[in-house]
Design a protein around this ligand. Structure first.
Ligand code: SF4
Ligand code: SF4
Length: 328
């Protein structure tokens, strides 16, 4: 990264939000081989609503105290199967927070018709071998009609099933009014040090496909749909080169193009975003840089954090990549 000086948000409204990603459950109806078993093996008891709801209130107050609004992103596992899902989203919305979820999309259309209109964003992932294309072909057009919803599709690109995954992406691209990326699999997220080898052709196919979603035409369509007041805490990025040139880039492409190394850079993880693990422990980011900050059971917290100097060789998580980083 010695040729680069800055990674920043494409949309300056991002700075108005404290983005909080919470791995709320490790139950999932899929068991993708590239996913760390700890993420989907149901080993952790569900959190009690009597703990979660007061915590959400404290979190929103904390964000207000630093002049930000909370944008909470629930992920798993698969959060759509949580028995308390409706109460959680209602409570966050009542307290003035914004809410997004990550999901593999499994519930039927009738479920989505109840809950999707209450969400600000949805990151839908497609998993070869588990996801049903027919269901996605029905679901994506419906979700695309919701004016408040920032929809993103992520196709998990298994190297051995690359052409099938690409075919799915081409079909869904025509049906979505949101964004769509081809997601490269990385060993760090498998928890098993798996090696995912892509050919040069596959790597360049992923890069050029993803680039087509950053085109001027697409950005215009996206902005028209979102409108000027839509919460946009996370999304596109700008990468600044030493020669003064700026280029738009996505977190997936930072990984695909091996541009995810920020050791020695100053990073806003903890200032712009927080993460909560499935035990309720709070950190700056999934890299765990800066160590443990607190717990959802803490009666009060005031992190008062300043940016941190990155000590990691790689920044491997899409959420972590979406915070501002400045070279030394
Ligand atoms: S759907 Fe997501 S959480 Fe579930 S096993 Fe696959 S990658 Fe893991
Ligand atoms: S690894 Fe952590 S500290 Fe380093 S750049 Fe990524 S988010 Fe920031």
């Amino acid at each position: 990264m010695s040729n680069y000086t800055l990674l920043d948000h494409l949309d300056l409204r991002s700075k108005e939000y404290l983005a909080v990603q919470w791995i709320y459950t490790n139950r999932c109806n899929f068991s993708c081989h590239y996913c760390d078993p700890e993420v989907h093996n149901s080993s952790t008891p569900e959190l009690a609503l009597s703990t979660v709801l007061p915590f959400c209130g404290r979190l929103i107050k904390y964000a207000e105290s630093i002049g930000k609004k909370v944008y909470l992103e629930l992920t798993g596992g698969e959060v759509t199967f949580l028995p308390d899902f409706g109460e959680i989203i209602q409570s966050v919305r009542d307290a003035g927070g914004h809410l997004g979820i990550n999901s593999n999309g499994t519930p039927g259309l009738s479920w989505w018709k109840i809950y999707a209109p209450q969400l600000d964003s949805l990151m839908l992932s497609y998993h070869h071998g588990f996801s049903e294309l027919k269901h996605f072909e029905e679901l994506v057009p419906y979700l695309s009609t919701l004016p408040q919803l920032k929809l993103h599709l992520s196709i998990m690109m298994e190297p051995e099933h690359f052409s099938s995954c690409l075919e799915v992406a081409e079909k869904l691209k025509k049906l979505t009014s949101g964004s769509l990326t081809l997601q490269r699999l990385v060993p760090e997220l498998s928890g098993q040090n798996l090696n995912f080898s892509y050919t040069d052709q596959q790597l360049s196919q992923m890069t050029s496909f993803n680039k087509s979603f950053g085109s001027k035409q697409w950005l215009q369509k996206f902005k028209d749909k979102i409108g000027p007041k839509k919460p946009m805490p996370r999304g596109g990025l700008i990468l600044s080169h030493k020669n003064g040139k700026n280029s738009k880039i996505t977190s997936s492409d930072l990984i695909n193009r091996d541009l995810n190394h920020f050791k020695g850079w100053t990073c806003q993880a903890g200032v712009e975003n927080l993460v909560i693990d499935r035990f309720g422990k709070i950190y700056r980011g999934w890299c765990l840089e800066g160590g443990l900050l607190g717990d959802i059971n803490d009666p009060d917290f005031n992190f008062g954090l300043s940016p941190i100097t990155c000590q990691k060789d790689s920044c491997c998580c899409g959420f972590d990549l979406l915070s501002k980083k400045v070279s030394p």
